[in-house]
Ligand binder design. Structure first.
Ligand code: XBP
Ligand code: MG
Length: 239
């Protein structure tokens, strides 16, 4: 049976991307940039994981000249620092809540003795803010491994952030189950050899999830024994 469940954060634990989008847009407005990421554009930009990488992707199409400046790296880093400050303030103010069923699902896992971990692209302060606002100051203690943001060179869909979690847990991929919302996250986990349940969110409901061991919109309905059996029998082809 699985020994640990590894959770993605944005879109999985909480529908946080609307708060990220708001923090990005407020940062751009403060800096007098006429960049306004509406929902339709943000859905497209979410194909790129990582806020700094996402802004660079946006500039490639909308402000290629600015990318040629010597200070572009510092420019992006400064924007991202301000965005993260705004995002964590918004989360601390209660603007991000757990998705339906997540709290009960995690409580059930803890009760049944599963170890828990986090593997996310989002910045570590964002993880801390979300867990503190939804579980209190000691919330992170539930997780044996918390892996996020720039601690890896290659973000999702590369496997790095999930491989980091496996190393910290001291477990093999097949001993764990990943819970994701997006194709980038699914590919990252499967490439790390981890069977993955996908629960799509608002921004990922149009994506493909063929490599998932199970697709669901209700984590509480997941039969872990059946998922484990399916994961053992499937030849998890690494895409
Ligand atoms: C989602 C991401 C992150 C967030 C923004 O991460 O791709 O980039 O959109 O957070 P995941 P940052 O689904 O893996 O939790 O601006 O801190 O990157
Ligand atoms: Mg996600």
């Amino acid at each position: 049976m699985f020994k640990a469940v590894i959770f993605d954060v944005d879109g999985t634990l909480s529908e946080t991307e609307e708060v990220h989008r708001k923090a990005f847009n407020q940062t751009f407005a403060e800096q007098k940039l006429d960049w306004n990421w509406d929902k339709a554009l943000y859905r497209k930009l979410l194909r790129v994981t990582g806020g700094k990488e996402r802004m660079r992707f946006y500039m490639e199409e909308h402000e290629p000249e600015r990318l040629k400046r010597d200070d572009v790296q510092d420019f992006i880093r400064a924007l991202h620092q301000r965005k993260t400050a705004l995002y964590t303030e918004m989360v601390a103010a209660g603007q991000a809540v757990l998705r339906p069923g997540v709290r009960e699902f995690i409580a059930r896992l803890v009760e049944q003795g599963f170890r828990l971990a986090i593997s996310t692209t989002t910045s570590v302060p964002n993880i801390e803010a979300l867990i503190a606002s939804t579980y209190g100051a000691d919330g992170l203690a539930m997780f044996d491994a918390v892996c996020g943001g720039d601690t890896v060179a290659h973000k999702k869909p590369a496997p790095d952030i999930y491989l980091q979690a496996l190393e910290k847990l001291g477990l093999a991929g097949g001993e764990c189950l990943a819970i994701e919302d997006s194709r980038n996250g699914l590919l990252s986990a499967v490439r790390a050899g981890i069977p993955t349940v996908v629960s799509p969110c608002f921004y990922t409901d149009d994506q493909e999830f063929d490599e998932a061991v199970l697709l669901t919109d209700d984590l509480l309905s997941v039969d872990l024994a059946a998922v484990f059996a399916a994961s053992q029998s499937e030849n998890c082809s690494t895409p």
